[in-house]
Design a protein around this ligand. Structure first.
Ligand SMILES: Cc1cc2nc3c(=O)[nH]c(=O)nc-3n(C[C@H](O)[C@H](O)[C@H](O)COP(=O)(O)OP(=O)(O)OC[C@H]3O[C@@H](n4cnc5c(N)ncnc54)[C@H](O)[C@@H]3O)c2cc1C
Length: 431
């Protein structure tokens, strides 16, 4: 049974289109707003609450980092993996029963960062998606009435020593080539700026151009609310596929019936793989499961978001308390959370902030990063039908890159040439 349309149909010949946006995380909600701004009619299809706990956009590290151009895969990573896996406080875990299904993705992942040239190419391709992210998000947040959620104090990358920073010189060199600038802080300067930090950290970089969205769940909920206020319709539904006739899109199929539309945007995060397959593209999309712990009343308040080099996690203040976000667990979409991974974050935080309150209440969360092997998203048209557009696969940087992605998708829907070359994001690169 088709779902009843709540607004008059928009003709195909008209510039304005009826666009179904599948998924209301940061990518879907920002895309909805950009499309509405261009005069299109928008229907949001989302089974949960926009910005709710099911979405990666809810529980991430909150960072809007133009400096995050470096993909996870790096030269020589395969040599470090056994050590990470053996370390109970390590940043990486693999559910062994999942390994047979994971293996093809893992192979592509390791190859994607096997040489400096490959890492540099990914960084070059990521940069335009995140370069002006703070400004884009500030504008969006202000428009949605939550401008106060976007704050700038910079992000502090802390190292036990300068030698530990130098051990990461490849990634910082590539960042520098992509326009990232930082201030080096000596031990004394670091101590003055963050007295609550453990004394084993003796060197730091401050990237002043990095921002924070203090409450990403509330931000995404506000963007969805704003889209509705601008005229979007919302269906609490799960998209299951498409009705495509003669290579033109007629409807998005959902668990509550077909929703007629002219165009559809797949922005369903880690759940986008089967939808892309229904539109003609086999994309090796995995979930890199991540965790967070929020420590309410932590007894300390670091002035900056902090990334400890030996912890591979974000330590950030949020309205709910100190959030520790990180971990990569490769275990698929369906396995139950392993809260031991969250405990790793909490334990490590005590090594970062010795004054952290023991008595504090703790909240835990697990979410799904939508990850391609090369760390680049899929943005562009589907192979079987150009009316279906991709906006997924942003991995570790989706909060940051969501705003620019939204603009690019709106350009495609409007028939405009996007401001940047979309070739690196084509889903067909995995053929
Ligand atoms: C621990 C952790 C830390 C992170 N830290 C950062 C950070 O500091 N900065 C940063 O930029 N990024 C960070 N990320 C990554 C970032 O959170 C994600 O890349 C981003 O949120 C992805 O947004 P999205 O809109 O694509 O997907 P999601 O936010 O996951 O939203 C997808 C939505 O689609 C819906 N959906 C699923 N299936 C269907 C369907 N069939 N039909 C309709 N709707 C569907 C889901 O319910 C969900 O609401 C982090 C991620 C994690 C897990």
């Amino acid at each position: 049974m088709p779902v009843r349309r709540t607004m008059p149909s928009v003709g195909r010949d008209s510039v304005a289109q009826h666009v179904a946006v599948i998924g209301a995380g940061i990518v879907g909600t920002a895309t909805a707003i950009e499309l509405l701004r261009d005069g299109h009619r928008v229907t949001l299809i989302e089974p949960g609450d926009p910005g709710g706990e099911q979405a990666a956009s809810y529980g991430n590290g909150t960072l809007l980092n133009p400096s995050s151009v470096i993909p996870m895969s790096a030269p020589g990573l395969w040599r470090k993996v056994p050590g990470y896996l053996a370390d109970p406080l390590g940043p990486l875990a693999i559910r062994w029963s999942y390994l047979p299904r994971l293996a093809p993705w893992l192979w592509r992942f390791l190859r994607a960062g096997a040489t400096e040239a490959r890492v540099a190419a990914v960084a070059h391709a990521l940069r335009p998606l995140i370069l002006d992210a703070p400004e884009r998000h500030r504008r969006l947040a202000e428009e949605a009435g939550v401008g106060h959620l976007i704050t700038r104090q910079g992000v502090l990358f802390v190292f036990p020593s300068r030698a530990d920073f130098e051990a990461e010189s490849l990634s910082w060199r590539i960042r520098a080539k992509n326009g990232v600038r930082w201030l080096e802080l000596s031990e004394e300067e670091l101590r003055q700026r963050v007295p609550v930090l453990d004394r084993r950290y003796k060197f730091a970089l401050l990237v002043e151009a990095n921002d924070q969205c203090r409450d990403p769940g509330a931000y995404v909920a506000a963007l969805a609310q704003h889209a509705l206020a601008l005229g979007a319709t919302r269906h609490r539904a799960r998209a299951t596929g498409f009705r495509i006739e003669n290579r033109r899109l007629r409807a998005v199929r959902t668990n509550i019936g077909d929703i007629d539309c002219d165009k559809a945007v797949i922005a369903a995060g880690a759940w986008s793989k089967t939808l892309a397959a229904a539109a003609g593209d086999r994309v090796p999309l995995e979930t890199e499961r991540g965790y967070h712990v929020v420590i309410e009343n932590p007894g300390i308040e670091p002035r900056y978001p902090i990334m400890p080099s030996d912890g591979k996690m974000a330590c950030v203040m949020t309205p709910q308390g100190l959030r520790l976000a990180g971990q990569v667990e490769l275990a698929g979409l369906d396995a139950a959370p392993n809260w031991e991974r969250a405990e790793v974050l909490r334990k490590f935080a005590r090594r970062v902030f010795p004054g952290l309150s023991e008595a504090a209440q703790v909240r835990r969360w697990m979410g799904h990063r939508p990850s391609t092997p090369d760390g680049l998203p899929c943005i562009g048209s589907a192979s079987d039908c150009t009316d279906v557009l991709y906006a997924f696969g942003h991995g570790h940087v989706g909060l940051t890159a969501g705003a620019a992605t939204a603009r690019l998708v709106a350009d495609l829907v409007g028939g405009r040439t996007p401001s940047i070359d979309l070739t690196p994001y084509a889903a067909t690169r995995f053929r």
